[in-house]
Design a protein around this ligand. Structure first.
Ligand code: DP6
Length: 403
């Protein structure tokens, strides 16, 4: 008996120009375009195996080993249905193609980072789901076409169908056919772009992006200003900065846009706060780092950005990471040693958190926090798009259930 199965992995992406607001909540059509950097799957990824079999009684999904309901008419069901429709087209054109569109699927997905870390897993998760089904169904479609489907799972997921620097063009059509992701530049264009994720402790249950952004759409006047008068120019400017590898401009726009996203959250009724004292202290450190660097004629060294939670993502060029990790660990002592995938602190480079602060840096801009305020630091970089994996990497056993 033939086994019809495929495994794919997909990356996390972190936006520089934030998506916040929908004009159509069912199709997930945004109120503004957005732009992100895809992070390296060697460090953060979702892996998904999909299998179609005539014996399966219904579509089923397991997330990190636990079965999740596929709600009728829900986001997951929509993505699966869209991909089955494309498979039908393949079967209509090729009489020899097995009728996989008529079989149910079993899908098993795994994130290599804890969901509790508060890192958006829906983007990589839906991108891996769509990539694995597209592979299973041998769909002759572009990543942009797949991004249109992933978008209906979670808006930000559409940007995880590409590596490098990715724009989600909002489109204008009511049916969403022109709302999809495109590559602005591949990973290879600017591989020196690195990212440091500061996982910030958070006990409270925050407002979900889905609920929060619609409250902003309904109540914030500032959002209307943002989508009409701010984002279009920023999209143009940041694309140019990426093309020119102009870090100063890239960083300036990234920080401005994070600030404005959190401003429209605050302008929502009732107001939404995603950042906490630790988040704000990290901003103070990066602002001071950049001030001292610009004063010394060296330009901007780092850009912070925050999504719908307190975690910071710091974008910086590789050669500045040693200084940034040291700075962060000086103010936020860690319980474990720094996990150093790029060997910043190879022999002779000292211990992070114990090295001198940068020349001219005013140490009084933030207080030193207790151990644990920043739980973990993850050093990664710009990465590639979804990967097709070998059969050995399958998450489903020969019985078609999670291993
Ligand atoms: C702040 O993509 O999680 O991370 O489309 O409702 O699933 P839904 O929302 P989601 O929102 C992400 C919001 C953000 C900004 C961004 O990634 O652009």
């Amino acid at each position: 008996m033939a086994v019809y199965q495929a495994t794919a992995s997909a990356p996390v992406n972190i936006a520089c120009i934030k998506y916040w607001g929908k004009r159509d909540t069912k199709l997930i059509l945004p109120t503004n375009s957005s732009l992100s950097v895809t992070l390296d799957q060697d460090h953060l990824r979702s892996t998904t195996t999909s299998r179609a079999d005539a014996s399966f009684e219904k579509d089923r999904l397991w997330l990190n080993g636990t079965e999740e309901e596929i709600k009728e008419g829900g986001r997951m069901a929509t993505c699966i249905a869209e991909l089955k429709t494309l498979r039908k087209e393949v079967e209509a054109k090729d009489a020899h193609a097995p009728k996989l569109s008529t079989f149910h699927v079993h899908i098993s997905s795994f994130n290599n980072f804890p969901t509790a870390a508060g890192l958006a897993s829906s983007a990589s998760g839906f991108a891996a789901l769509v990539a694995s089904l597209a592979q299973l169904y041998a769909l002759p479609v572009t990543p942009s076409a797949l991004s249109r489907i992933a978008r209906q799972g979670s808006g930000s997921a559409c940007r995880s169908l590409f590596g490098g620097f990715v724009a989600w063009e909002m489109g204008v059509k009511a049916d969403g056919s022109d709302s999809f992701a495109v590559e602005v530049a591949p990973q290879s264009h600017w591989p020196e772009m690195h990212a440091l994720i500061c996982v910030v402790s958070d006990d409270k249950k925050g407002t979900s992006s889905t609920a929060g952004m619609q409250r902003t759409v309904q109540t914030s006047e500032l959002l209307q200003h943002r989508i009409k008068h701010v984002v279009p120019a920023r999209m143009d400017a940041i694309k140019k900065a990426i093309t020119a590898k102009d870090f100063d401009t890239f960083a300036t726009i990234t920080m401005q846009d994070s600030n404005q996203f959190h401003a429209v959250a605050l302008d929502t009724d009732p107001p939404i706060f995603y950042m906490n004292d630790v988040s704000r202290s990290i901003i103070a450190l990066i602002v001071e780092l950049n001030r001292a660097s610009v004063a010394a004629g060296k330009g901007i060294k780092a850009a912070y950005t925050y999504d719908a939670g307190p975690n910071a993502v710091i974008y910086a060029l590789q050669h500045n990471l040693r200084e940034i990790v040291n700075l962060t660990m000086t103010y936020f002592p860690q319980s474990q040693a720094f996990n150093d995938p790029f060997s910043l602190y190879a022999k002779g480079q000292g211990v992070p958190g114990e090295l001198p602060l940068p020349e001219g840096f005013n140490p009084a801009v933030a207080k030193k926090f207790e151990q644990g305020a920043v739980k973990n630091l993850i050093h990664t970089r710009v990465g590639d798009g979804p990967r097709a994996l070998d059969a050995e990497e399958s998450l489903l056993g020969s019985d078609g259930f999670p291993k």
